[in-house]
Design a protein. Structure first.
Length: 187
C-alpha cells in the first residue's frame, strides 16, 4: 500500500478542539500510503487536540486556510470534535476551502462532528452521509439522507460516525483518494 497514494497531496482541516485520534490515525495511514499531507487551519502556529474532553497534544500548522487553495490538493480530510467543527463552520475561509473540493470534484473524508462544516458549505443536499448521531437533524435539514452506518461512500464523499469507525473510514478514504476526482462530487 505504500505507493497507493504516491504523488497525491491531502489537506487535513482543523482548529483547536479536534478529536485527536480522528486526525492522527487517518494522517498516519494516508501518509503511510504515500501521500504528502498538510495540516491546514484558521489558527496560526499550533492547534490543540482533545482526547474526548481531555486536553491532548499540540500540532504544528503547515498552512493557514486563508493561504491555502484546494487547487493544490487532491483531497480533504475533516476530523471531528465538537469544538473544532463548531469553530470551523463559523469561519468563512474554512467553509469556502471545504466547498472548493466539491466544486473541483475531489474526494472529501469527514468523520463525527466534522460534517457541520459541510452543512455550512451547502454541499450535502442530495447526498447520503453519516456522522455523529446528534448531527442527523442538521444534515437532514440541509438536504442529506442521513444513515447510521460505520462508513458511507457517496461519489467521493466518505463519512463515518466516530472513532470506533476509524478502520473502515481510513480504508475507504484511501480508496477514494486513490481513485481521484469523482464527477458526482459536486457543490
Amino acid at each position: 500500500m505504500a505507493e497507493r497514494l504516491d504523488g497525491k497531496k491531502v489537506a487535513f482541516l482543523v482548529t483547536d478542539g479536534f478529536e485527536q485520534v480522528e486526525l492522527t490515525e487517518p494522517w498516519n495511514a494516508i501518509k503511510g500510503a504515500g501521500a504528502e499531507v498538510d495540516l491546514v487551519s484558521p489558527t496560526e502556529g499550533t492547534v490543540l487536540g482533545l482526547n474526548h474532553i481531555d486536553k491532548g497534544d499540540t500540532f504544528d500548522v503547515d498552512r493557514l486556510v486563508t493561504e491555502a487553495s484546494a487547487d493544490v490538493y487532491d483531497a480533504l480530510v475533516l476530523p471531528g470534535g465538537v469544538v473544532n467543527a463548531d469553530h470551523l463552520r463559523m469561519d468563512e475561509a474554512s467553509v469556502a476551502f471545504a466547498r472548493a473540493f466539491f466544486e473541483q470534484h475531489k474526494p472529501v473524508a469527514v468523520i463525527c462532528h466534522g460534517a457541520w462544516t459541510l452543512v455550512e458549505a451547502d454541499v450535502v443536499r442530495g447526498r447520503t452521509i453519516t456522522s455523529y448521531p446528534s448531527l442527523q437533524t442538521d444534515l437532514r435539514n440541509a438536504g442529506a439522507e442521513w444513515v447510521d452506518e460505520e462508513v458511507v461512500v457517496d461519489q467521493g464523499l466518505v463519512s463515518s460516525r466516530n472513532p470506533d469507525d476509524l478502520p473502515a473510514f481510513i480504508d475507504k478514504a484511501i480508496e477514494e483518494i486513490a481513485e481521484g476526482e469523482h464527477a458526482g462530487q459536486t457543490a
